[in-house]
Design a binder for this molecule. Structure first.
Ligand SMILES: C[S@@+](CC[C@H](N)C(=O)[O-])C[C@H]1O[C@@H](n2cnc3c(N)ncnc32)[C@H](O)[C@@H]1O
Length: 352
């Protein structure tokens, strides 16, 4: 791996952490960058890794590896500075303890460096919700939910959360999960109360919610000075354990082909995904699109098909929420989102 690429990866990630409200990780990423420039411990640890450190989010892999060890209770000296463990975010004091973890646990760190960072951010349901409500309004049918890249399946249970979207409220008042997001623009179609016909998702590497280690790995990619995200993740896992959705171990395109092969009449199949599209290789993106277009041609008013996306555009912080609905196949930009679901800028949808 080229050292210059590694420096770029840490520099970019420090900027992203700053933009997404993690000053603690921003400071630690900046210190790690200085370490790489000085050929320090981080540089030496990562030297044997091969691949593109920017595209692979290598800094997030490293920080996830360390956080996982902290969450497991195996790094008490560092836990004192990790807010997710009740510590105070002090990056200068944390750094020597961070380096110690790398020295004490090289095998665990190296194992995690081979794996892609994997989150399941339930607040993305804030942006997806407006799309689901719009589909329900336009079709008037129960929804058959099919999520690609669903991780632990926590956004398959969006119907069971309560929402406060700026001034607007929606959902189950007694839910253990409260989704709060800033909301600009007109409200979504709050009068819709969709019935859910069924829920299922797939993931290349699903996170079983009854497996403590799988859950800890999921938790480890939450940034250590964002404990509210960790609390929300844990709350959503508790809700999921009451009535887990079906999560299949499969790649998106092949799974989707099977799920679209015989859609039941009288329901609207909603295929959706968030923060997944850029993970799919271009040929798999083409196959997913091809399956949807073929199923769209076979759709009818009594058997419609929706494709809802909450996906990064590639520009820092830019997320689009798009909906395509068949049988007419019209595609609309419903609004703009946020990588972690903190904000939604909604466009008028209810006039049509
Ligand atoms: C950033 S996570 C987003 C998870 C979830 N959609 C969310 O919004 O919280 C990306 C997910 O896509 C999954 N993934 C990546 N490539 C995939 C593929 N080809 N087929 C299915 N899932 C895939 C990963 O395993 C990971 O769980």
């Amino acid at each position: 791996m080229d050292r210059a690429d590694l420096e770029t990866a840490f520099r970019l990630q420090a900027g992203i952490c700053q933009y997404l409200g993690s000053p603690f990780y921003q400071a630690l990423m900046t210190t790690a960058l200085a370490d790489v420039r000085a050929d320090g411990r981080v540089a030496q640890l990562l030297d044997g890794w091969s691949g593109d450190p920017v595209r692979a989010f290598l800094p997030l892999r490293l920080f996830g590896a360390v956080h996982e060890i902290v969450l497991a209770g195996a790094a008490p000296a560092l836990a004192r500075y990790y807010p997710t463990m009740g510590g105070t975010a002090d990056p200068d004091a944390a750094w020597p303890a961070f380096l110690d973890v790398l020295v004490q646990h090289p095998d665990r760190v190296h194992e995690t460096l081979q794996r892609f960072p994997q989150t399941n951010e339930v607040r993305r349901s804030a942006g997806l919700l407006g799309g689901f409500l719009e589909v329900a309004r336009r079709t008037g049918l129960p929804l058959r939910l099919r999520e690609l890249g669903c991780s632990a399946g926590l956004n398959l249970q969006w119907r069971r959360y309560r929402y406060r979207l700026g001034p607007h409220v929606w959902g189950d008042r007694d839910s253990g999960v409260a989704i709060e997001a800033e909301w600009d623009g007109p409200p979504p179609h709050l009068a819709s109360l969709p019935e859910i016909e069924s829920r299922a998702g797939c993931d290349l590497d699903p996170r079983p919610i009854d497996d403590e280690n799988a859950v800890r790995r999921l938790e480890s990619y939450v940034w250590a000075d964002q404990p509210e995200r960790l609390q929300q993740l844990r709350a959503a896992i508790r809700v999921a354990r009451e009535d887990p959705p079906r999560v299949d171990h499969a790649s998106a395109a092949e799974w989707l082909a099977a799920e679209l092969s015989a859609p039941p009449p009288g329901v609207c199949t909603v295929v959706y995904h968030s923060s997944v599209w850029n993970y799919l290789p271009p040929e798999e993106q083409d196959r997913v699109r091809g399956h949807l277009e073929a199923a769209g041609r076979a759709a009818s008013a009594g058997q419609p098909l929706a494709w809802l996306r909450h996906e990064d555009t590639g520009e820092l912080g830019a997320v689009e929420i798009r909906l395509q609905l068949w049988p007419d196949g019209e595609e609309r930009l419903l609004g703009l989102g946020h990588p972690h679901g903190r904000r939604v800028e909604w466009y008028e949808t209810t006039s049509r």
